[in-house]
Design a protein around this ligand. Structure first.
Ligand SMILES: [Fe+2]
Length: 447
């Protein structure tokens, strides 16, 4: 994306350029002009400028002549007025239908955020595939599908797609390796071309996943989580995927509640596998240890915790964000993430509840566990800012075992329960309704 920034104050141009790079991330190129006439020259030489952010009052050509030029040549460049003047002050010079957005100085930061949201929205609308367009499918998802529902294409350039696998063939593990070795992680299908409906394809794949038996529990949970989450990200949450996810979580809970997990926990635990599947598995297992020790060991209680562990970060794509233990750590690391990532992170507890709505017969408390997953004992978490006395005991089990699992996965072989217990104590996780779960974890070093 190319953005032209026009302002006779070169420092303002630089500042807007800096903020644009920050908000729009890597794929944006900025150009600068310091007058209306200079802007027109640049627009004449570059017909691929997507947005022109332009001041009004400039000595060598006002902003209005830039907009007039864009209207006269029927340009596709979107005009954004960035000035103390607003379009309704000068409707003849800035007709509302030709001004994509107005940014009023000095509120440039907020204005650019709004611009980013608008651009994202129109980009998403444009990228919706039409009947004839190709759409990407992850190589990993293809490997889950028993029989390919349509011809598969590889992308050679922006508009060139070449068929590489025929419909009804199987996409083998060798095929997957071959593409991954070439750093191709997406292939393409033509929308509307597949013989089976996507629903049948997903059911076939899910059937295959469910038939995998005789794996150790942790491995099975990792593998099923990884497959189901890939499919959910591919098709969105469908009733079939919700049902299969619930069945699998219930099966895993049933095994966890019957197994003598506590005595052999550190021997049984398998830290192999990939994030976030390993997080779901370990978080569930640690929660089962805590609820057993607390003698709350009903399968329904454990199902609530495990379903919440499955859904907690399902709308996040960034593993570094999923690895963050609590809001204190998030605040410390926040500057390393883009604004869009920060926004997504702050909204993800609420978004996970929206995914939960597709599930049937949800036991009570799951929505609360998801919403309160990042609350903190001192009331400095989000979104509700509840403290250790206001959070329910089940939420406290969920939060503390989530932190526990993230620490184990981060530190692996060097993880030390004693040091972790001190860390929890220092952050207040030994107080209020966290106390009972904290004591169980503290006693775990003796096992
Ligand atoms: Fe989370």
């Amino acid at each position: 994306m190319k953005i032209l920034i026009v302002d006779d104050e070169s420092d303002i141009c630089e500042l807007i350029g800096f903020m644009v790079q920050d908000i729009f991330a890597s794929d944006v190129k900025t150009l600068f002009a310091y007058s209306g006439n200079e802007a027109i020259k640049i627009l004449q030489e570059n017909n691929d400028i997507d947005i022109c952010i332009c001041d009004h009052n400039m000595a060598n050509g006002m902003g209005s002549i830039v907009l007039k030029y864009l209207i006269d040549v029927k340009s596709k460049t979107k005009f954004v007025l960035c000035s103390t003047v607003i379009p309704s002050d000068k409707p003849r010079e800035y007709p509302a239908e030709y001004v994509f957005l107005n940014i009023q100085k000095p509120e440039i930061g907020n204005g650019l955020e709004n611009l980013f949201q608008l651009v994202e929205k129109s980009r998403l609308e444009k990228s919706q595939p039409s009947a004839e367009e190709f759409f990407p499918v992850k190589v990993h998802v293809l490997s889950l599908i028993e029989k390919l529902p349509a011809d598969i294409y590889i992308r050679m350039s922006d508009n060139k797609f070449v068929k590489c696998i025929n419909q009804a063939e199987k996409f083998t593990a060798d095929d997957k390796d071959k593409y991954i070795q070439k750093s191709v992680d997406e292939l393409y299908m033509k929308k509307g071309e597949h013989g089976h409906s996507m629903k049948e394809i997903i059911l076939d794949s899910v059937q295959k996943i469910m038939e995998r038996r005789n794996l150790p529990l942790a491995e099975k949970m990792n593998s099923i989580h990884s497959q189901l989450v890939s499919l959910i990200k591919f098709t969105g949450i469908t009733p079939e995927l919700a049902e299969v996810s619930q069945k699998n979580i219930k099966q895993a809970v049933s095994v966890m509640m019957k197994s003598p997990l506590i005595s052999s926990f550190w021997k049984e635990i398998n830290l192999l596998g990939e994030y976030p599947s390993t997080l779901y598995t370990l978080h569930s297992m640690l929660a089962s240890v805590v609820v057993k020790k607390l003698h709350w060991s009903s399968e329904t209680t454990m199902y609530k915790l495990s379903l919440s562990a499955f859904l907690q970060d399902i709308t996040l794509d960034s593993i570094p964000l999923m690895e963050i233990c609590d809001n204190q750590e998030f605040v410390e690391k926040q500057s390393g993430f883009t604004r869009a990532e920060v926004k997504k992170y702050l909204e993800h507890p609420q978004r996970s509840i929206e995914i939960l709505a597709s599930f049937k017969e949800i036991p009570p408390d799951v929505d609360r566990l998801l919403l309160e997953q990042h609350e903190m004992p001192d009331g400095n978490g989000f979104p509700r800012k509840l403290n250790a006395n206001q959070l329910g005991p089940l939420t406290c089990v969920f939060i503390i075992t989530g932190i526990f699992a993230r620490h184990v996965l981060k530190e692996k072989g060097s993880f030390d329960v004693g040091a972790f217990v001190m860390h929890l104590e220092g952050r207040g996780y030994s107080r209020g309704n966290f106390k009972d779960s904290f004591e169980v974890i503290k006693a775990m070093k003796k096992i």
